[in-house]
Design a protein around this ligand. Structure first.
Ligand code: ASP
Length: 432
């Protein structure tokens, strides 16, 4: 008795550690907000110092991986598929999935919005509008978004992290490498070795995720009190219910129907990535972790995920589209504007397209929301109402955004015989 046997001590897997970090981070943040009085030790040293530096440092580490990893892995992926026809099939299937799930997401959001009535009976004096901030927002037009896919300077695209341009250029390089075969073997080998280096680096950075998540979550909760949420509680509830439906009914339903895989196991395996997306509110930063998790825990070949995940993180934003759908109902009700069926259809269309133009970084969904509001003549000032409480919703929708990418990727991988079920079904709970 009393003898500690370290060898029998249960080793905590990364998933458990991140889960613990989420909960303890939230508790620590709430304690800081409500129980510790403002002082320079709390504000400057703990929140603005330690939590900020470690949290942001972790996000920067993840972001550091994105451009080289996406570039190398797409080159390697398209080089190994080689056949442009096959690549085309993967591309078209992925695009169809992405567009359909987004349109479905807005429909779910509009339905929930109309059931919950988030803007009815709202006392506008309780809510602080932020018209000045809204005036500064400007969404890119659809034509520009399309034209922007072609890089006029690929080195500039890499330097600026312009994801769609990087994807296009990398795809072309990979296809040409496959075509030239032996003649360009050295360059091909270089990219695949560099890709290995980036994957190894991803694993190293990922092992720091629990600390990063703890700091990010506690800083967020230390900054926001619950009082600001009250007048907008119904709006928030609407968004959260629609996000849960999209994640647990639509995605997991699609996964079961198309692949027969266990939805429960999928969520369990993918949870660390969702938690990371939640704490950072940045789809782009989760790309390396998503590709790695899909390969190691779901058995999805990197040939597919290296292309579909960065593409999804850039153009597939179902969670964002959901927020926009509920926001439309909210604004229409708050300002007493009646929306017709045609308006709703217009919203489904524009929100789906806006999702393509939304970059995977924090708060951009609010910017593209102007496009959706304009399409049906809603006052953009209404965005000022929801701005103050957007952070927590941004976190939640980002987790849904990247789950949608992963589900579509798994389905497309299954359809292209690039899914290893044995890996998916293995017990990964102890893995670091
Ligand atoms: N933060 C979201 C993302 O990175 C985008 C948004 O909805 O603002 O996926």
């Amino acid at each position: 008795m009393g003898k500690t046997d370290t060898t029998t001590k249960k080793k905590l897997g990364l998933t458990t550690k991140i889960f613990i970090a989420l909960i303890t981070g939230a508790i620590f943040g709430i304690i800081l907000h409500y129980l510790i009085p403002a002082s320079s030790v709390k504000d400057d040293i703990i929140v603005g110092g330690v939590l900020h530096v470690i949290g942001q440092g972790f996000i920067r580490l993840m972001k550091m991986l994105v451009v080289p990893l996406v570039f190398c892995s797409i080159v390697c992926g398209s080089m190994s598929i080689g056949d442009t026809k096959k690549l085309g099939t993967v591309g078209v299937r992925t695009l169809i999935f992405y567009l359909c799930t987004t349109a479905l997401a807005v429909t779910v959001a509009l339905t929930i919005g109309n059931i919950i009535d988030p803007g009815k009976g709202l006392d506008m004096t309780q809510v602080q509008a932020n018209a000045a901030d809204v005036a500064e927002m400007e969404a890119t037009s659809l034509t520009d978004t399309l034209l922007n896919i072609i890089p006029d300077n690929p080195i500039g695209s890499l330097a600026n992290g312009n994801m769609l341009q990087i994807i296009l250029f990398a795809l072309i390089v990979g296809i040409i490498l496959a075509k030239l075969g032996e003649r360009t073997e050295t360059v091909g080998n270089f990219f695949s070795q560099f890709n290995d280096i980036m994957m190894e680096m991803t694993m190293m950075v990922m092992s720091l995720a629990p600390i990063g998540v703890f700091c990010l979550i506690s800083k967020t909760f230390a900054g926001i009190g619950f009082s600001a949420f009250l007048p907008l509680a119904k709006y928030m509830l609407g968004v959260i219910i629609a996000l849960l439906i999209q994640c647990f009914v639509v995605y997991l339903g699609l996964l079961k129907i198309f692949t027969g895989l266990s939805p429960f196991k999928f969520i369990k395996n993918f949870f660390p990535v969702m938690a990371f997306a939640f704490s950072t509110a940045t789809s782009n930063a989760t790309i390396p972790m998503s590709i790695d998790t899909l390969a190691k825990k779901m058995g999805v070949s990197k040939r597919i995920s290296s292309f579909t995940i960065p593409l999804g993180a850039t153009i597939n934003m179902d969670g964002t589209a959901i927020m926009q759908g509920v926001a439309v109902v909210f604004a229409a009700q708050a300002f007493g504007i009646n929306l017709s069926i045609t308006d709703y259809i217009t919203v489904i269309g524009t929100a789906t397209l806006a999702s393509i133009g939304t970059a995977g970084v924090p708060s951009v969904g609010l910017v593209t929301l102007t496009m959706v509001f304009n399409s049906v003549g809603l006052p953009v000032e209404a965005i000022g109402l929801i701005m103050g409480i957007d952070r927590i919703l941004d976190m939640s929708r980002t987790a849904v955004n990247i789950t949608g990418d992963a589900v579509c990727t798994t389905i497309v991988a299954h359809q292209n015989k690039a899914l290893d079920r044995e890996v998916f079904n293995k017990d990964h709970s102890k893995e670091a």
